[in-house]
Write a protein that binds this ligand. Structure first.
Ligand code: NAG
Ligand code: NAG
Ligand code: NAG
Ligand code: NAG
Ligand code: NAG
Ligand code: NAG
Length: 928
């Protein structure tokens, strides 16, 4: 990467760059000499560029001078010293923040490295560079002597950009220099908000000192001292005239100009896209009969249908807009048949593309938290973007990552962090913060009124400081209307005695509750439910709220196992931190599916157990309730046919449930035609077994729990199958306890469930009963028999119940039974299941069987099926459960499409379409 950096020339010479805001220099340039001690910069004598020391751009690392043996007299001053980030560990980053940029503008960023054995260890490191939260490149310092340049052109989304060195466990990151140049918007149109370019090679041909990539044996040079023109309005690359004044040609007049290169895979992209830009300008006055016509041939395919002739002293550019993705590139500039002269080329840039789609945290949040960090001199791991990438998010912060909108900071915990001075007003700029803990510091001054303007703030702890003054009245108001939990104790000088600062008694009660609650999940859940309840009915008096709390606790007795443990021992649930979940799921990499409250991710515990992690999304309050309901139920119930919870996470605002992985996915995927090609077709015996096992799971909820638990959303997608196709009921988010004996129905004012499965009686009365689950289960049985969905779309939507009822009434089972059922089946057992299904889906709940009845009937069906020629159920299961042995085969629908070589199939025509050049022969150069 040591080729001639003509953009540097470009930026200095042609004032082709934008007149950006003068920070820190009048052209919008930033040129940092990293590791330069002191506060004074200098002007480089050769380039006349002003360099500044780096102390104002980073707060990490230490300065070092390179070893004397690598200092040469002609060496530019900026190579003398480096900043090194010793003491960082693998996976952590060290960043430079470049400020006062223009948001949305293109910038060239260049990082420079010369190791020079600055640490005396002679240990050449490898580390990653990031621009903002996007991977840029990997720096591999192969020897202490040479200098490495990395250059990228990106759109900077904010008015600042961070360049980070990421320790990847292969040595200490260091840096010698860092430059930034603004670019005109029209230049390099391939650079967009979503895509940046990383320089691979830049070649200025025909310059005597450009040693690399230059083959003087086979190439001769041509040059001119005349100015090479370009179309001022249309030129989108603006190579400086000095670059274009030299060119090469093959010495052998019938030879070609050949180049070949490969782009190494990056951690994120096994086959990085390639953009290249070729500059052609005729530098000779050609004799009258002479023709120089050439074509560009990539991997044996000409990029133009006809050749073109470079124009005298005028720059024409050939480039591709859409990246090529080839394993290797053989590029040849060839003379066409009509050409009497060999081909030429003046200059050549090759880039790889990087996605820049990852946006940083909301820029207002970033500015605020940076100000807070600076004010309190917070060190910890507070470098780079506060929330992203998730693996490097700042300690003591939590963030929300709403899909499609910017990441926001939602909690800041700076308790016991040695803070002093007053409470920073920047805290009031964290507009989405909900939780703010500043307790046990040395904060002085008063509590800023601005904090009362934070719309989402629900928890503020300033206790254990040296605060004075009184509590702002608007904060007091928020306490009174129950929208804020404020803790302010242990501030000896804070005015709390006068009336104006006294907190309402009601609040104190709530504080007391907080303190006595033990930290077991069931209790946390109860309290949160209680708070929901309290918040909802805040208008009632305080005494009532105490009674209501008792009611809530009786409904959901914490730690009291209301379900019989069946035959299984009670399992201990493990509590995970959010960080652990990140590790388990490899940073939430593979999505298994998506439920009502968010995504379900694939993961592995330390012991290799595969798990599914259901992470609550931050989007809906409905989700919280459902999530808590499920968490609570799952801590109480354990049955072989209910999905089993391994643990949970309640870490700040993160909530997640960790389940045993069910490799065969949902029942739905196995019965609905075409929904999953990899799902094996189920035999009748397997269907019967799945029906029985799910029925047993539901029976346990109805009979094993007191009061009975109503699932309320029984359907084929809520029945999961493991590798052995054993069925387990999942998704208890909508479940409700239902007390039969007292006849005190759980009354809800919203109907829940899934269309096609909802009990009409429940729909009419809004009172779910255990028979509502029986009805839904009847629909599942019909799906197992018919292989059709709960609502058929042919030709008008009709429920599977109606569809099957009509056909079965005509007495023909063949009409309804799924033609895809593998192997044979006993007609009697199919009839019997269909009959159970029709009984389950009776209009009146009193006519429906109980789940206990259903279980017994299904057991009889299995006996019938066994009697039919002794079909061995166990071996049958292993035969067809083939894909279950390899969990990677399932959930294919969710894995990303790995096709990386698509563009290799591009036809010549398509390439030509992508490969543009400025008009030369067609219209000729415009008049100048
Ligand atoms: C590097 O060298 C300069 C000048 O020779 C000196 O002023 C400076 O203190 C040195 N820096 C370090 C970190 O040794
Ligand atoms: C770093 O460079 C050395 C020498 O060029 C090479 O052998 C090594 O494979 C490179 N390492 C990586 C991770 O690219
Ligand atoms: C010149 O190139 C042509 C075609 O590549 C080749 O046939 C010929 O031998 C070359 N001549 C010399 C002198 O290398
Ligand atoms: C490039 O040329 C070399 C040698 O001529 C050949 O081995 C290689 O397969 C070519 N690569 C492509 C992508 O055509
Ligand atoms: C060569 O020139 C002739 C006449 O100018 C033209 O008809 C022909 O298409 C050209 N051939 C190529 C390969 O450009
Ligand atoms: C507060 O500051 C004093 C002295 O300035 C120090 O002794 C004490 O440890 C500090 N307290 C906290 C909680 O940082």
């Amino acid at each position: 990467m040591a080729a001639m950096p003509w953009l540097l020339l470009l930026c200095v010479a042609a004032s082709g760059t934008l007149q950006a805001r003068a920070q820190p220099d009048s052209k919008g340039f930033i040129s940092i000499d990293c590791g330069l001690s002191g506060e004074r910069g200098y002007v480089d004598e050769t380039t006349k560029i002003s360099f500044v020391p780096d102390a104002g751009f980073t707060d990490a690392g230490t300065n070092h001078n390179i070893s004397a043996e690598y200092v040469t007299p002609s060496m530019a001053k900026s190579w003398y010293n480096v900043r090194s980030f010793a003491g960082t560990s693998a996976g952590t980053r060290s960043c430079y923040t470049l400020r006062s940029l223009v948001s949305g503008l293109k910038y060239i960023i260049r990082a420079k490295f010369k190791y020079g054995n600055y640490d005396g260890l002679d240990r050449k490191p490898i580390f990653d560079l990031h621009i903002g939260v996007n991977y840029w490149t990997t720096v591999n310092v192969s020897d202490p002597e040479t200098v490495t340049w990395e250059e990228a052109i990106v759109v900077v989304p904010d008015d600042f950009v961070q360049v980070c060195l990421v320790n990847i466990g292969a040595g200490t990151p260091f840096i010698s220099g860092l430059d930034l140049r603004p670019l005109k918007r029209k230049l390099y149109p391939q650079v967009t908000a979503e895509q940046g370019l990383v320089l691979f090679k830049r070649l200025n041909f025909g310059v005597t000192n450009a040693a690399t990539f230059f083959d003087t044996v086979t190439w001769g040079t041509i040059s001119t001292t005349s100015k090479v023109e370009h179309d001022v309005n249309k030129d989108i690359f603006e190579a400086p005239t000095a670059v274009l004044q030299t060119a090469i040609r093959p010495r052998n007049a019938s030879g070609n100009l050949d180049f070949n290169w490969r782009l190494e895979p990056t951690p994120n992209d096994p086959s990085p896209g390639c953009i290249f830009i070729l500059h052609f300008a005729e530098l000779q006055v050609l004799p009258s009969k002479a023709v120089r016509e050439l074509n560009v041939v990539l991997n044996d395919k000409p990029l133009y249908t006809s050749g073109f002739m470079p124009v005298h002293l005028y720059d024409s550019t050939a480039y591709n807009s859409i990246p090529f993705r080839h394993s290797g590139y053989n590029l040849s500039i060839k003379a066409t048949a009509n050409s009497t002269l060999p081909p030429i080329i003046n200059a050549f840039e090759i880039f790889s593309v990087i996605p820049t789609t990852n946006l940083g945290t909301d820029s207002q949040d970033v500015s605020a938290i940076m100000e807070i960090k600076a004010k309190y001199q917070v060190k910890k791991n507070w470098v780079g973007d506060p929330c992203l990438p998730k693996t490097m998010a700042w300690d003591r912060l939590t963030c929300s990552y709403p899909p499609g909108s910017p990441t926001r900071i939602t909690s800041v915990n700076l308790s016991s962090s040695g803070l002093d001075g007053d409470i920073s007003s920047a805290l009031a700029n964290l507009k989405t913060v909900q939780y703010l803990d500043l307790s046990n510091n040395n904060l002085t001054g008063s509590i800023p009124d601005a904090l009362s303007q934070l719309p989402s703030l629900t928890f503020l702890d300033v206790s254990g400081n040296q605060l004075n003054g009184s509590i702002p009245s608007r904060l007091l108001k928020r306490i009174r209307d129950d929208s804020l939990d404020l803790r302010y104790g242990n501030n000896p000088n804070l005015c709390t005695n006068s009336n104006s600062c006294q907190l309402p008694a009601k609040k104190n009660n709530k504080l007391a509750i907080y303190i006595v609650v033990p930290a077991v999940l069931a209790v946390i859940v109860s309290v949160i439910l209680l708070l929901f309840c309290v918040l909802k009915r805040k208008k009632r008096s305080m005494n009532n709220s105490v009674t209501r709390r008792k009611e809530m606790i009786t409904t959901y007795p914490p730690g009291n196992n209301v379900c019989t443990d069946s035959s299984l021992q009670r399992l201990e649930n493990r509590r995970f931190t959010y960080k652990e979940l990140e590790m388990i799921t490899n940073n939430f990499q593979r999505v298994l599916g998506r439920g009502g409250f968010g995504y379900v991710y694939d993961g592995f515990l330390e012991d290799g157990t595969q798990v599914a992690v259901k992470l609550r999304s931050h989007s809906s309050h409905q989700g919280v309730k459902e999530f808590l309901a499920e968490a609570q139920i799952l801590t109480r119930i354990h049955h072989k046919n209910l999905v089993s919870m391994i643990g949970y996470c309640k870490d700040g605002e993160y909530m997640a449930l960790v389940y045993k992985y069910m490799s065969e996915g949902t029942l739905q995927e196995h019965i609905e035609v075409g929904s999953n090609h990899n799902a094996s077709r189920l035999s009748w015996t397997e269907r019967l077994r799945i029906a029985l096992e799910s029925a047993q799971g539901l029976e346990y909820l109805h009979k094993g729990c007191n009061p009975p638990l109503i699932h309320r959303d029984v359907k084929a997608t809520n029945i999961l199958l493991n590798a052995r196709l054993e069925a387990r009921i999942a998704d208890f988010g909508l479940s409700k306890a239902f007390d039969d004996s007292n006849d005190t129905h759980v009354s809800t004012n919203t109907l829940v469930g899934t269309p096609g499965y909802v009990d009409p009686e429940y729909q009419a009365t809004m009172q779910p009963t255990t028979k509502s689950d029986v009805y839904s289960f009847g629909v599942v049985l019909l799906e197992l028999v018919t292989g059709k969905p709960a609502i058929l779309r042919e030709p008008v939507p009709v429920s599977i119940i109606q569809w099957a009822r009509e056909r079965l009434a005509r007495g023909n089972i063949e009409d309804v039974v799924d033609s895809q059922i593998l192997g044979g089946y006993d007609v009697n057992s199919v009839w019997k299941v269909a009959d159970i299904a029709l009984k389950c889906t009776a209009q009146m709940s009193t006519h429906r069987p109980t789940m206990t009845d259903v279980v017994m009937q299904l057991q009889e069906c299995i006996e019938l099926e066994k009697a039919r020629g002794g079909d061995d159920i166990t071996s049958d299961r292993f035969l067809s459960g083939n894909s279950g042995e390899n969990p990677n085969l399932s959930y294919d629908a969710y894995t990303t499409n790995q096709s990386t070589n698509v563009s290799q199939n591009n036809s010549t025509f398509e390439m030509e379409h992508n490969f543009k050049r400025l008009p030369t022969m067609d219209t000729g150069p415009s008049a100048r």
